[in-house]
Design a protein around this ligand. Structure first.
Ligand code: AMP
Ligand code: MG
Length: 403
């Protein structure tokens, strides 16, 4: 049985970034990853511009106490100055407007007194270049402003707009087909009859997919029937980059998934991982290199298996440079004493302290317990065996949400 680290390494060995496509810079591209370097086409700002409402002046003219200057023009943002500022002259200027030739500083209007066409400068310390945002300070034409591998966050949208990009080559979000298996399952809109349970894995895995940067496509319930299971999985492999099949992967008579995958030509790389929850975990690749995960049927197990193995693979397919999982060493808020036969990923919450984040394990009854898992924003990693960890000691923690 593989350890978590070896199983993850095996998964990542088969995960490759998807082929970049042009992404239109609508908000739908939020969190896609840039596939190329982006260079500025122009200087930004494209001209020396004023950072204040006030007067463009020659700093040297303001050295004498209560210097008086003659206002020769007014330049609001969006207009171009027509005059050169000569000795003893000033131009009324507004934030964002180009600095007129001849001027080398802006005096804030709060530091002036105006009477008619004249102003008096009340600030005796006017410095050359003050309140001027020089041409090309933020970016120079031809230089890279966003490197390949950058996550397109909201500020990146602004940067791309300022260099005139309306579409950029980016890694597509991986398409994730989701299938759940089991004769006992009914969908959420149905009241279960005796022996039935509602399908919680389908909606949960779809939401985890979105959180991890994938595009979920729910394909439905596969009955524990070989023909139905095979046709649904074949469809999943066809329409997705990654297929998640929840349930039916252990060794029971009704666990059809492993043999059906073999019939479909899927190479199975492993079927179990030494981890709690989530031991029955299958990973395979289709003849065309699609990734196939057989996740445990128990909802909390499925949840943890997704975070440990599926999320990192989606990150790689989506072009992210860090696959994760995102792990930190954090102090425990309270002691833990327990015995586990496998390394255990316990739901936990992060708590802010004066010295930084602490982690508090949550009460949890095991693999089927999704209510216990739900508040978790982290998983605290406990080694196998009998352990006693005091409050304040550090343990590895897998982050589920961004801090
Ligand atoms: P299996 O791996 O198919 O043996 O399923 C293990 C356990 O998880 C069984 O108790 C199933 O009823 C339950 N289970 C399987 N799939 C789901 C699902 N989609 N939603 C909720 N529970 C499930
Ligand atoms: Mg089953």
């Amino acid at each position: 049985m593989l350890d978590v680290a070896d199983a993850l390494a095996e998964v990542l060995k088969h995960a490759r970034p998807l082929k970049p496509e042009f992404a239109a810079l609508t908000t739908a591209a939020l969190r896609q990853v840039l596939a190329v370097d982006i260079a500025a086409d122009i200087d930004v700002p494209p001209f020396d511009k004023s950072l204040r409402d006030g007067y463009a002046v020659r700093a040297a003219d303001c050295a004498t106490p209560a210097a008086e200057l003659r206002v020769i023009e007014e330049v609001p943002a969006g207009k171009v100055p027509t005059q050169t500022v000569g000795p003893g002259e000033a131009v009324r200027i507004f934030t964002g407007a180009p600095i007129p030739p001849g001027a080398d500083a802006v005096v804030m209007q709060e530091h002036t007194q105006r009477s008619g066409e004249r102003i008096r400068i009340t600030d005796p310390h006017v410095q050359p270049r003050q309140h001027i945002y020089a041409q090309g300070t933020e970016m120079k034409a031809g230089t890279t402003v966003l490197a390949a591998g950058t996550v397109i966050n909201p500020a990146a949208f602004g940067v791309l707009a300022s260099v005139g990009k309306t579409a950029v080559p980016a890694y597509p979000f991986p398409r994730v087909g989701i299938i759940v298996t089991g004769d006992e399952l009914v969908e959420a809109n149905t009241k279960p009859k005796p022996g039935q349970i509602r399908n919680s894995n389908g909606p949960m895995l779809a939401a985890q997919t979105v959180r991890a940067g994938g595009l979920p496509r729910y394909l439905g319930i596969a009955r524990d029937d070989r023909t139905i299971t095979r046709s649904l999985i074949a469809e999943g492999i066809d329409v997705s980059d990654v297929v998640l099949i929840a349930g039916g992967v252990s060794v029971g008579d009704h666990d059809l998934v492993p043999s059906v995958l073999q019939e479909l030509g899927v190479t199975i790389h492993f079927r179990q991982v030494r981890v709690k929850p989530g031991k029955p975990l299958l990973f395979g690749t289709s003849p065309k290199g699609k990734l196939v995960f057989g996740l445990p049927g128990n909802p909390a197990s499925s949840y943890v298996a997704f975070e440990l193995f599926v999320r990192p693979s989606l990150r790689v397919l989506g072009g992210h440079q860090q696959s994760g999982p995102r792990t930190m060493q954090l102090p425990l808020s309270e002691a833990i004493a327990e015995t586990n036969d496998r390394p255990t990923y316990r739901p936990a919450v992060l708590e802010p302290h004066e010295t930084g984040w602490h982690v508090r394990p949550l009460p949890w009854t095991g693999a089927p317990d999704l209510v216990g898992m739900q508040p978790a924003d982290a998983l605290v990693v406990l080694p196998a065996g009998e352990i006693r960890v005091d409050a304040g000691m550090r343990l590895p923690v897998v982050l589920l949400e961004a801090l």
